[in-house]
Design a protein around this ligand. Structure first.
Ligand code: ATR
Length: 276
């Protein structure tokens, strides 16, 4: 029996067990994927004990992504660049390998939602400069987006994120957003604005060209005010759930040996759960 986990603090809200449980059942795999609440002070010992606990690997989420980056024995170049790890793989010799699948997960989601030609839509404007923004800037640059502009309430953090893709990404003053939107093909909200319990993201989408797409990484609610405004303008609107589903694919493939599909049935199941 192959065992995997998701570790966070708190962890009760995580939908990852539902996603991996769905795929385990679909493929008839004798495996488990369990939710584990690990306090930050316990995380180093948890990581060191993974092999003895019989785990093949797992996901880490808030607040452990930076600690997992610091403690993993080896890292993918992508995780190294982003500075955060969300997927751990335990090798035969017990060494723990760290990857970041948020970047390819977000891009795979855009492939599904917009078609694989989306990097050609034009400049990207990223709102926010947290961990999700770091992964998305690295992902977009990998996919060849020619110019990425990063706007954040705290400008120093925008500059730090833009520095991850030199020559491609640059910081953008929050006050200059409106003029930047005139030339944008893709806008991505990575801030927590619009999330249940948070204020909405007040962004006037009027300057965006007709062919632009608007993506939100917030998935609770699924239809944020930002996405509703994009649809009203006739723009492509990409919700945040797909990133969560697609980032899970590489981990499942590494632990359980089958590359799973993000199907409409899986999505419907998570949407139903989010509604409860
Ligand atoms: P994550 O790692 O999940 O991306 P984070 O590091 O907490 O999360 O980042 C949250 C993002 O939302 C940040 O860009 C934050 O802006 P600051 O860097 O200025 O803190 C942004 N954010 C949160 N609340 C906001 C608000 N009320 N107005 C504007 N931006 C906000």
């Amino acid at each position: 029996m192959i065992k995997a986990f998701v570790a966070g603090h708190p962890i009760a809200h995580s939908r990852s067990p539902l996603i991996h449980g769905h795929w385990l059942a679909e493929h008839g795999i004798a495996g488990s994927y369990e939710r584990i609440d690990v306090a930050p002070s316990d995380f180093p010992a948890f990581l060191r004990g993974l092999r003895e606990s019989g785990f093949r690997g797992g996901n880490v989420t808030i607040p452990h992504k930076e600690a997992a980056f610091a403690l993993a024995d080896t890292l993918t170049p992508r995780a190294e660049k982003i500075g955060a790890v969300n997927t751990l793989i335990v090798a035969e010799d017990g060494r723990v390998h760290g990857d970041n699948t948020d970047a390819p997960g977000f891009c795979a989601h855009l492939d599904h939602s917009l078609g694989a030609e989306w990097p050609g839509r034009g400049e990207a404007v990223i709102l926010g400069a947290g961990g999700a923004a770091r992964a998305i800037v690295v992902g977009l640059a990998e996919r060849g987006v020619a110019r990425i502009r990063v706007a954040n309430r705290t400008p120093e953090r925008a500059a730090a994120v833009a520095a991850l893709a030199p020559g491609v990404a640059e910081p953008l003053a929050w006050d200059d957003l409106s003029s930047a939107l005139e030339g944008a093909g893709l806008v991505v909200n990575t801030t927590s604005l619009g999330m249940k319990g948070q204020p909405p993201l007040a962004l006037d989408l009027a300057p965006l060209p007709a062919g632009a797409a608007v993506a939100d990484i917030v998935y609770a609610p699924l239809e944020t005010d930002l996405l509703a405004a994009a649809r009203r303008r006739g723009l492509a609107a990409v919700d945040g759930l797909g990133m969560l589903l697609h980032q899970a694919v590489p981990g499942f493939a590494a632990w359980f040996g089958v590359r799973p599909e993000v199907t409409a049935a899986l999505r419907d199941r998570i949407v139903a759960d989010l509604a409860t």
